[in-house]
Ligand binder design. Sequence first.
Ligand SMILES: Nc1nc2c(ncn2[C@@H]2O[C@H](COP(=O)(O)OP(=O)(O)OP(=O)(O)O)[C@@H](O)[C@H]2O)c(=O)[nH]1
Length: 310
Amino acid sequence: MSDEDTLADGHEGATRCGFVALVGAPNAGKSTLVNALVGTKVSIVSHKVQTTRALVRGLVIENGAQIVFVDTPGIFAPKRRLDRAMVTTAWGGASDADVIALLIDARKGLDEDNMAILGKLADTNRPKILLLNKIDLIRREQLLALAQEASARVAFGRVFMISALKGDGVKDVTSYLADEMPVGPWLYPADDVSDLPLRALAAEITREKLFGRLHDELPYASTVETEKWEQRDDGSVRIEQTIFVERETQKRIVIGKGGQTIKQISTEARKEISEIADTVVHLFLFVKVRENWSDDPERYREMGLEFPRS
Ligand SMILES: Nc1nc2c(ncn2[C@@H]2O[C@H](COP(=O)(O)OP(=O)(O)OP(=O)(O)O)[C@@H](O)[C@H]2O)c(=O)[nH]1
């Protein structure tokens, strides 16, 4: 056996690597699941895949396989242009994926959202698995009935019952998926994330804090971009980010009375970015109005989305 056959994590044999599209209605628990999947050998990235089709949410290395989890937004009846772009991208990502994993909030059962997703999945000939989530909140008999109902509509390769929150059953999902990944080289570095994904991730963290505080007051279209990432001699980094909103009134909301709101957002984001960048972070946030950007094709390309013509 040559050295090349021995992987960084000590596993022997050919490397495998593939994409898993996580599909699910809003609040099914996708983010929680990605967090649960993240172990020591994992980097969360959030940047454009080469094909600019979808967003990478998590990289998991298991048994010699690199599993690239691709996020799909949980919207299924899009009205606005940006939402339509997200949905097109989501299903684009799903149709390229090696496995599509449907995550269902087991308490919701086969409601309208889940029926719509099952309908779409039935038309896709990629391998599929079903993850019934939130089993900590529901009785076993109900779960079995739900698994049967869903399997009658779509041919799932496997059904897993998990609690993303508590971590129950998550390991089994990873092991199964590792075996399903096609043979091929890893697409991302085993350990670290490069500067670019980290910049994008930092922007996403700030966006999360922004919406955490202002979800009712801000349009979904507001974005955050990392403009500057300067390494200082003392090891710390100075990061400048711009929050783009569409109107002057929204800018005022983001800033808040006496700058209170943006200060809080900044403090929360800085803490989390520091943890991920593993260093002291000085974060500077700016708010800019960029009118009608959600009709600008260039912005869609920057986010890795296709621009819908209508
Ligand atoms: N009890 C319980 N709650 C869970 C579980 N998984 C997720 N949740 C909760 O469900 C809610 C939604 O979870 P998220 O991970 O944000 O869901 P999501 O699918 O990423 O949501 P979107 O970003 O809207 O698509 C959160 O309050 C989670 O804490 C679980 O296994 N058990």
